[in-house]
Design a protein around this ligand. Structure first.
Ligand SMILES: [Zn+2]
Length: 62
């Protein structure tokens, strides 16, 4: 099973070794909860979290 990693900078969840959003390699397997942002332009949650790219994000990164 592939371990999903969350970016410490923007909280984007990815299975890759580098965050596709901010190009950071500062990823952690220790994250909790996730939200799926389909349309960042109209999503209130995305605005609150400062999300501009659609995708899966962790709610809490430790
Ligand atoms: Zn990132």
């Amino acid at each position: 099973m592939v371990r999903e990693m969350a970016c410490r900078k923007c909280k984007f969840v990815t299975i890759g070794k580098v965050c596709p959003v901010c190009k950071s390699s500062d990823l952690t397997p220790d994250w909790r909860g996730s939200i799926l942002v389909v349309d960042p332009a109209t999503s209130v949650v995305a605005k609150t979290l400062g999300i501009t790219e659609k995708g899966k994000y962790a709610l809490k990164v430790t």
